[in-house]
Design a protein around this ligand. Structure first.
Ligand SMILES: Nc1ncnc2c1ncn2[C@@H]1O[C@H](COP(=O)(O)OP(=O)(O)O)[C@@H](O)[C@H]1O
Ligand SMILES: [Mg+2]
Length: 255
């Protein structure tokens, strides 16, 4: 039986944090959890992850201090494969048994040849949402398409998809957050408890790195709760660590 887990942070809306969170999750599982991680970037034509890796490799070539810092980590970088959606399915299958976790940054639209076959290769999809109506409206048909075409289908691995808040601002729109969560509950779309705070830190190079671990300072922005909650789902662990107390502490610590 395959032990590789295929994961995508995905949605039908641009700019909600798909690439950011795929990268964060891949880096944390690789550098901190020491899982064997690979990334497939088939978000054509942006290929933002593959481009980011190329830029980081260039930067290391011209910056001996950074190169030394990278070498002192004593770890290889995880592979990032840039390809089309149709190629992604082949790439993903060829990784089966070779990696613990494969993160796939997919295009956010259903109108791409091969996307449904690729969804069927995913074990779990996590859908980031922002607190605006458009983001919610784009997520519902996406979840419905995953349900109709992939979840629990005989030739599919997809077990469940989850929504979660990104760019969360604690002081605003409490009513909107609650109403959206109620609506999703009625539609049987589960929501993660963890939320990623909105923070200017996401613009910093270190935060986007595919080659360096995140500093502790950044882990406070709800990221450790989110990744813990995701790992409990992915590896089918008892939800012992993600409780209200952990989440509350994280939120008070965030700047
Ligand atoms: N929690 C956050 N707080 C602030 N900015 C964020 C957050 N998450 C993502 N961003 C920013 O939002 C923008 C879009 O993110 P990106 O991951 O490229 O979205 P997508 O892949 O869904 O199009 C980027 O500039 C990123 O730095
Ligand atoms: Mg993207």
């Amino acid at each position: 039986m395959s032990t590789t887990k295929y994961i995508s942070i995905s949605s039908q809306k641009g700019g909600v944090g798909k690439t950011t969170i795929n990268t964060l999750a891949a880096s944390i599982f690789h550098f901190i959890a020491k899982q064997k991680v690979a990334v497939i970037d088939c978000d054509y034509p942006q290929h933002s992850l593959e481009t980011l890796r190329e830029q980081e490799l260039e930067m290391l070539k011209s910056n001996p201090d950074k190169l030394a810092e990278f070498q002192s980590l004593g770890m290889q970088a995880y592979p990032i494969i840039g390809c089309t959606v149709q190629e992604a399915l082949k790439e993903a299958k060829s990784m089966d048994g070779e990696f613990d976790l494969v993160f796939i940054d997919t295009p956010g639209t259903i109108n791409v040849p091969g996307i449904i076959e690729l969804w069927k290769q995913l074990d779990y999809v996590f859908m980031p949402l922002e607190s605006d109506r458009l983001s919610v409206e784009a997520t519902l048909p996406f979840a419905q398409a995953l349900e109709a075409f992939a979840k629990d289908k005989p030739d599919s691995r997809l077990k469940q998809y989850y929504a979660f808040w990104n760019k969360h601002i604690k002081s605003e729109k409490q009513d909107f957050y609650q109403k959206t969560e109620d609506l999703f509950a009625q539609l049987n779309i589960p929501f993660l408890k963890s939320r990623l705070e909105h923070s200017v830190n996401y613009k910093k190079d270190l935060m986007r790195s595919t080659m360096f671990p995140l500093s502790k300072e950044f882990m406070r922005l709800g990221i450790s709760s989110l990744i813990t909650e995701m790992s409990q789902i992915i590896f089918d662990l008892a939800p012992t660590t993600v409780d209200e107390a952990t989440l509350a502490t994280e939120e008070t610590k965030a700047p």
